[in-house]
Design a protein around this ligand. Sequence first.
Ligand SMILES: Cc1cc2nc3c(=O)[nH]c(=O)nc-3n(C[C@H](O)[C@H](O)[C@H](O)COP(=O)(O)O)c2cc1C
Length: 307
Amino acid sequence: MADMTDGAYSKIVRGVVNEKIANSGLVIFREMISAEAIVRENEKTEEMAVIDDVERPVIQQIFGADPKVMTEAAKIIERKFKPDGIDINMGCPVYKMTSNFNGAALMKDPKLAAEIVSAVKNAVSIPVSVKIRAGWSDPTECIEFAKIIENAGADLISVHGRTQKQVYTGKTNREVVARVKETVSIPVLYNGDIFSWQDYFEALKETKCDGALIARGALGNPWIFSQIEQMSTNIKPDKIILPDRVVIVLKHLDLHLKQYGENKVSTFRKHLSWYFKGITNFKKYKQQIMTTNNRDELEKILKEIAS
Ligand SMILES: Cc1cc2nc3c(=O)[nH]c(=O)nc-3n(C[C@H](O)[C@H](O)[C@H](O)COP(=O)(O)O)c2cc1C
């Protein structure tokens, strides 16, 4: 997720899962980065692609619409940052992306989409996956589109069961994702509205997919992956109590400050809103939390919340 699933977040997720469960089946998909920016050697974009070994396996997602630029970027990323795979974004619905024919706009041109997949696949030695939506406007478009992507050489497809037109409205269409799974022989990951470990198992049962991508349900909730792992190995999933939450928030905060600089408390606030969503005690302190730029003061307030 753009601006959210960075190195600091990846380390937190990995730490939470590994502390509780060995042999985790968790694969982290990093936030999308611009292929063009990578080719231009944009420093900020390059920093976004840095992977620490403790985060692996990590897939780096890229976006772009020019097969040559996408190929060049994939080669550079493989060489410089060594991700465990490259994912191509063909699902982002936002105007800033689709107006340049990036993201979900590529679903309107299957020929170009296939050209990109095939070029990237031929250029790198690591697996190449593609993230798509149910369609641009018709939710059944993904069935034919997924077949085209598979034939172009993709190793895995993830499908968010909403169309571009829906953006985030309405329900995700699990039926069409199940049909994609029936149609292709490469692994398919279901995506959309998984907010708890219960949702995960329900979605897999309904779609028969090989796994699922969890996005918003993982924000402020890195435990969702360890809970799924626990459930998969017949262990009762942990219930996360407030003091445990605060311990992880503080670890995440310090990783964030290490990555972006000691004075970057302000850019961590987006995570705080997710971590404390719906927690009554948080409301009382919200004003203080959302205005302080001091790490130690923030720690003091968070510990007060947990006490
Ligand atoms: C803040 C935010 C950033 C996102 N950034 C990306 C991204 O970089 N790449 C991507 O494929 N999807 C991105 N998405 C979409 C999610 O990956 C996912 O497809 C969508 O939120 C539906 O899944 P969910 O119901 O589990 O959230 C983003 C979503 C949000 C809310």
